[in-house]
Every structure is written in C-alpha cells, then in structure tokens.
Design a protein around this ligand. Structure first.
Ligand code: PHE
Length: 341
C-alpha cells in the first residue's frame, strides 16, 4: 500500500475537519455551543487526536510535515474558538451594561409639592397675630359636656339661647349631656378652671352645628375664641384690643366698631365689625365683658377679677380675603381650587 497517499488522506481529513470547526466556531451563537465545539475538536476521538495518532503510521520523512499540520490545526482551532469566545463575552457584557445603563442626563420633572390649606393659613396667621399681642394658645375638646358648652356659660337648660345653637348631641351618658361643641367658648371655662388669672388666651378650633350646608354655612366650621382675665378689665380694654387686632391682622387702613348685642355669657355684649379702607363694614364676631356667673363657674372671684371675651369665625376669612363665594369649595379637596391659594 503506497504510504504517501495515506499521509495525503490524513491531511485532507484533518483540514476538512478543522475548516468545519473554524466555520462553526465563527458562527457560534453562545458560549455553550463553543464549549461543545472545543471539546469535540480536542477530544480523544477528535480530528486532531486522530491525525496525531497517524503521525507514527506515515513514512518517516513525512512525519514532520504531518506533525506541523497537526500543530497548525490545533492553533487554528484554538484561535478561532478564543476569538469567538471573546466576542461573545464582550457582547454579553455590553448587553448587560446597556440594560443597566443609567442615563444621568435624563430630565426628571419636579416632584409635586403641596401647601397648607387656605383655612389653616388663616388659622396660623391669626395665632401669630395674637401671639404677637401677648396672648397664648389654648385648646379644648371637640366633644364637650353640656355643662361646659352651655350651663357654665350662663345658658341653663330651657334658656332660649340654647335653641339658637342647632346642636349635635353624642350618645354618651344621660341624653343631652354630651355635645359636639357648638362654639369655642367652653375653652374659656376650661382655661379658667385650669389656670390662675391673669389669663390672656386665644383658642382656635373646630365647632359643630346641625346646619344644612350652603354657600356660607357648613355643619363643621372654625372659630377663634379670645379670653382676657385681669384686674380692672373693662369694655374699653376690649374695644382697644379689637382695634389693635384689626390693624395688626388686616392692615393699617382697617378699623373696628362695636354694636350692642346679646350673649348670655357676656354683659354687656357686642357684635364687632371691621371697616375696610373703602368704607364698607363687615360683621366679624361677638364679644363682651365676661359675665360674673361665668367667672364663678370658672372658679374665679368676680369681686377680684374681671375680663372680656370675643369669638369669631375663621372660615369667613376665606370669603373676606380670597373672595371665595362658596365655602363648600374649600372642603371638597379639589386641587384645582386649592392650588389657587
Ligand atoms: N360664642 C359666640 C358664638 O359662637 C361668640 C362669642 C364669643 C360671643 C365670646 C361673645 C364672647 O356666637
């Protein structure tokens, strides 16, 4: 058997196999395919191993040629696989980088920030004004005893003034003994019972009446109460305080006046109005000299101390200051409305 042709055959087979492996390697779509190509090429039954085995079987002068061919084939396969492997790894890395990329140049919109409700704004401005005048803030519960809300304020059971408040009673204790406070005036009593005079407080807060909601009335609304107890306090101190408040809160061009009125818990009693710079008058609230019965209910000796009180609605300020013509709009949580303040 001519041994020469045997070397040619080995070389032809080796070259064919290597070409196919290199072509497959160049097209391999993933690392797994490449791994199996590699183990096939360099395995015991693979083309390179077979060719190497054949070196001992060809004529001695051709062994070097075949040995070189085996070496070159091995390098060609290794190079093809390594280069494809590099490309696949790079591709994978850049795919991952692309997926995880953070675009720092991206413009993100401003987060939406809310603001304080216009009623709370008025409430806080009123507190600030009174604190500036030397008052401190007092508080009381929304759910009150009938005694604090009425009796202690000189409104005994059967008094016609009780009917003026469309009260909301709470099912607690004796019928009619617990009420959602109809005004902030019970805080006068609580403060007197707790603190010794002199007393200079304002008490802003929520109050409740069985009113049908309309443009100017809500069953839940807000008042601010004022109470001053000191020695020799008179109606003149009340008038002076109201005037000072009016100018401090509304501005220099505003003035106030008192008009006689009736409240069971003050004597004398008045309604106070403010005058706008254009001359028009606006009714703001009630006030008066604290009735001796009320001082006594608060544990204060009317011979030794005297005082004045006032109370007015805070919700009105939305109408006065912002020209809101339907109060209900302020409490339906429509941002298109609230954003305007
Ligand atoms: N509490 C009264 C009201 O709700 C207002 C008021 C307070 C009047 C203090 C006089 C003194 O109408």
């Amino acid at each position: 058997m001519p041994e020469l042709s045997s070397t040619d055959a080995v070389l032809a087979e080796l070259n064919g196999a290597v070409e196919a492996i290199v072509a497959n390697a160049e097209e391999a779509g993933d690392i797994e395919t490449l791994d199996s190509l590699e183990s096939g090429a360099f395995g015991k039954a693979g083309p390179i191993a077979s060719a190497r085995k054949a070196i001992g079987e060809v004529p001695p002068h051709e062994r070097k040629l075949l040995g070189l061919a085996v070496q070159e084939s091995k390098t060609a396969v290794e190079t093809a696989i390594a280069s494809r492997r590099g490309a696949l790894v790079d591709g994978e890395r850049s795919r991952r980088l692309e997926a995880e990329r953070m675009d720092l140049s991206e413009v993100v919109g401003e987060p939406r920030v809310g603001h304080i409700h216009p009623l709370t704004q008025a409430w806080e401005e009123l507190e600030d004004t009174f604190i500036g005048m030397g008052f401190r803030i007092a508080e009381g519960p929304h759910v009150e005893t009938d005694w604090h809300n009425f009796d202690a304020l000189n409104i005994p059971k059967g008094h016609p003034a009780r009917d003026a408040f469309d009260s909301l009673y709470v099912n607690n204790g004796d019928p009619g003994s617990t009420v959602l406070r109809t005004h902030t005036s019970p805080v006068q009593i609580r403060t007197m019972l707790e603190d010794d005079p002199p007393i200079y407080i304002v008490a802003p807060g929520r109050v409740f009446r069985r009113d049908t909601a309309d443009a100017t009335h809500l069953p839940v609304f807000h008042q601010i109460e004022g109470l001053v107890i000191d020695r020799t306090i008179s109606l003149a101190d009340l008038a002076g305080t109201i005037e000072e408040f009016t100018q401090a809160f509304f501005g220099k061009g505003f003035h106030s006046r008192l008009r006689p009125n009736y409240f069971p818990f003050t004597e004398p009693s008045a309604e106070f109005d403010i005058q706008r710079p254009d001359g028009s008058w606006l009714e703001l609230g009630g006030c008066g000299v604290v009735h001796p019965h009320v001082l006594k209910a608060g544990g204060i000796d009317p011979e030794e101390w005297s005082g004045f009180a006032f109370g007015f609605g805070i919700d009105r300020f939305l109408t006065i200051k912002h020209g809101v013509d339907d109060l209900r709009d302020a409490f339906t949580n429509d941002v298109r409305f609230l954003e305007q303040f």
